[in-house]
Design a protein around this ligand. Structure first.
Ligand SMILES: *Cc1c(COP(=O)(O)O)cnc(C)c1O
Length: 458
């Protein structure tokens, strides 16, 4: 099994990025519950024939869709070790909790957060952003909200129109409601328009509502824009708002000296959500939430009866029980693959890898703006490039190009809409991606575009 999966990673370039699942393979997943035993070798053989070839392909250097990390072998081995250990990180006095706490410590160091701040592994930034909203809610309504609920609340949150959909979802799940989230317009760099934000806060106060939360973006999902975090931090302080940052992938740009200065202000956040499974290449899933006010974070989730009852000796001791800081009781050992990834590679190489993906995006941008066939649709802020092939009925043309790219398995960008125009969106997150992958992407887009336009003209 180890040989097969290491070969997969080593030879991945020779494979298509993605292949559609053949019908007969799909049908085999409809078979019922097996009563009989099978040996591991035969189940593994089925994995090799029916699962491995038909995965999404985000380990492949030609995968440039959505926001997906490529994974890494050190993290993969850690997953194996964690599986064997079968640790449950809800709490108790055990070294796995110390590993998670060491990462909390590293993240405090990275973001300039105080020792009293707290951090927690979660599935991903969707969950981390929800936790951020829940802590902010407890700050404004008091922890009594956990008993009384939110009926008749007047709390209003603010984020940019380019924010990820999980911010609205967090408002929904927290009971505050999506209508209590103001999506503030963005400027031509896709950053939140600060004047529009100030006006919205003022208008809400005049209407008797209570602004309580400002969510800044450190790397928007469409274009990679970073809000002016220092300015947003100032506004949040003046207006007495909780300042949360959705830094799902961008926050870990702190590892890269080329990017960290652009995140200035992030150290002033009240909470930051981010993912190790994106830019840092930790295997899925490994999301994280960092909260400045650790006591409030605990009070948002812990039942006081349980954490005050904690033992001082034996296995039931331990000063930090993660189950007091989020909704999960049983928790896997996500920290170990993250710990291995950071220790094996070191923060400098990880930062250089992040910088490299941004340089590749610059290279792609340069090739686009110096070609007559292509048009750049949004400024390139980090590692995401939105562009399209020129031509009549460009939305259809580019949608066709992307579907054909996927089906030929050459490359897998995704699409998005930029000011009503369908864009090919190349998000370069994979540490295996090189300039030749960028060349192959653009060559394939050009060939498919020319062919489509010729067919339309005929
Ligand atoms: C990926 C992403 C999310 C959601 O994170 P998950 O880990 O997929 O739950 C939220 N915000 C941004 C900006 C993202 O890129």
């Amino acid at each position: 099994m180890l040989d097969d999966i290491l070969d997969y990673v080593e030879d991945i370039r020779e494979r298509p990025v993605w292949r559609p699942i053949p019908d007969q393979v799909r049908m085999r997943f409809r078979e019922g519950l097996p009563a009989e035993a099978s040996d591991v070798a035969s189940v593994h053989a089925t994995f090799m024939s029916d699962i491995l070839p038909f995965a999404a392909g985000n380990a492949h250097p030609g995968f440039m869709g959505w926001v997906h990390g490529g994974g890494n072998v050190a993290g993969m081995f850690a997953e194996m070790l964690a599986g064997g250990l079968n640790a449950n990180l809800g709490g108790r006095d055990q070294a796995p909790i110390e590993v998670e706490q060491q990462i909390v410590h590293w993240m405090r160091e990275l973001f300039g957060f105080p020792g009293s701040s707290t951090g927690l592994f979660v599935t991903g930034s969707s969950m981390a952003n929800l936790i951020g909203v829940l802590v902010a809610r407890a700050r404004s309504l008091g922890v009594g909200v956990r008993h009384k609920g939110v009926s008749g609340h007047r709390l209003i949150a603010y984020t940019s129109a380019a924010a990820h959909g999980c911010i609205a979802q967090a408002m929904d799940l927290s009971g505050l409601g999506i209508d209590s989230l103001r999506m503030i317009a963005v400027d031509d760099r896709h950053q939140m328009n600060v004047d529009a934000l100030k006006h919205a806060i003022e208008a809400d106060r005049e209407a008797g509502l209570i602004p309580f939360l400002l969510v800044g973006a450190a790397g928007t999902v469409d274009t990679g824009a970073i809000d002016d975090l220092a300015e947003l931090a100032d506004i949040a302080r003046r207006e007495d708002l909780w300042f949360h940052i959705d830094g799902a992938y961008g926050a870990l740009g702190m590892f890269a000296p080329s990017i960290a200065p652009r995140l200035a202000g992030i150290e002033k956040a009240d909470s930051i959500a981010f993912d190790f499974h994106k830019w840092l290449q930790v295997p899925y899933d490994a999301g994280f939430i960092l909260v400045r006010d650790g006591a409030l974070h605990r009070d948002t989730f812990a039942s006081p009866a349980s954490y005050l009852r904690r033992e001082t000796r034996g296995l039931a001791a331990g000063s930090f029980w993660p189950c007091d800081f989020g909704p999960d009781l049983s928790r896997g050992f996500r920290a170990l693959k993250t710990w291995f990834t950071i220790k094996v590679h070191g923060s400098e190489a990880l930062g250089a890898m992040i910088t490299h993906t941004c340089l590749l995006a610059r290279y792609l941008e340069f090739k686009i703006v110096t070609s007559r066939d292509f048009e750049l649709l949004a400024p390139v802020s980090l590692n995401i490039v939105c562009f399209r092939h020129r031509g009549q009925d460009a939305d259809r043309l580019n949608a066709e190009i992307v579907a054909n790219l996927h089906e030929t398995g050459v490359a897998a960008p995704s699409t998005t809409s930029i000011e009503g125009k369908l864009a090919i969106r190349a998000a370069i997150f994979n540490h295996r991606t090189q300039t030749r992958d960028i060349d192959e992407l653009l060559d394939a887009v050009a060939t498919l575009g020319t062919r489509y336009l010729a067919a339309q003209a005929a």
